[in-house]
Design a protein around this ligand. Structure first.
Ligand code: ATP
Length: 235
């Protein structure tokens, strides 16, 4: 479904991604893990057209999207939930959600998708007239995910969705991601919380200083002593 081939990306003259390959199949939940600064966010930004300088192939359903703008990537069916959520604090919950369907001109279709989101996230319905900035961290993360779903994506890219959340909320976010994937949306999940990410994923990739160093079935990575020692906090 998504195929990233020999991807390279630069910040100015500094190369941050050195020719990586990555695949996400239809209906799969794939996680990309690695230490701080490994290049996980840069990989997601490259896929959605947010990196100015990049090279290599990015294919979605065999269509070459490597030169697409962010809105064309979204129109193809790939939505990003960025690190730090980036909700609009001064807009209401409902207005934030509607921003997610800015490509949809049919108001009726937007209203239907909004109702679907309110069914999935009753707390957002309850707070629909409240400003986004007044929500708790966990609710803001829900809002950011729900806003991405407003575009009716076929694939969701999530950048550190559990960052900064209390432990109970972290579990909720991971169950939500699993649920979204079970509803048929393919997922590429970037996470620092590698154990939780691998425990819900089908497959995983480990990125280190811009290179893909390990990949495999998530359950194999969870049992791999090298991965356990370097990324899962085992001694
Ligand atoms: P983190 O979990 O800390 O976000 P990451 O794995 O997502 O880490 P990236 O943010 O993709 O890593 O960063 C990859 C490399 O690119 C790092 O060396 C980082 O310092 C560098 N980098 C990231 N953003 C920029 C930027 N805007 N300008 C210059 N260099 C950057």
């Amino acid at each position: 479904m998504l195929s990233v081939q020999n991807l390279r990306a630069w910040y100015g003259n500094v190369e941050a991604i050195h020719g990586i390959n990555l695949e996400v199949g239809q209906g799969e939940l794939v996680t990309l893990i690695g230490s701080n600064g490994a290049g996980k966010s840069t990989t997601l930004k490259s896929i959605v057209g947010l990196m100015k300088k990049r090279a290599g192939g990015i294919f979605f359903h065999d269509q070459d999207i490597s030169a697409y703008t962010p809105s064309s990537v979204l129109a193809c069916g790939i939505a990003l939930v960025p690190e730090g959520r980036w909700i609009f604090p001064e807009l209401t919950v409902e207005e934030n959600l509607k921003m997610g369907s800015f490509l949809q001109r049919n108001r009726r279709a937007v209203a239907i998708t909004l109702e679907e989101q309110f069914e999935r996230f009753p707390i957002l319905k309850e707070r629909r007239r409240q400003k986004g900035g007044t929500l708790s961290g966990g609710e803001q993360q829900m809002l950011a995910i729900s806003r991405a779903l407003m575009a009716n994506p076929k694939m969701l890219l999530l950048d550190e969705p559990s960052l900064g959340l209390a432990p109970q909320l972290v579990c909720n976010v991971f169950s939500l991601i699993k649920e979204i994937n079970d509803s048929g949306i393919s997922v590429l999940l970037v996470e620092q919380n590698s154990t939780m990410a691998l425990s819900i994923a089908d497959r995983g990739y480990v990125l280190s200083t811009g290179k893909m160093i390990i990949q495999g079935a998530a359950k194999d990575l969870l049992n791999d002593p090298k991965v356990q020692k370097a990324y899962l906090g085992y001694n």
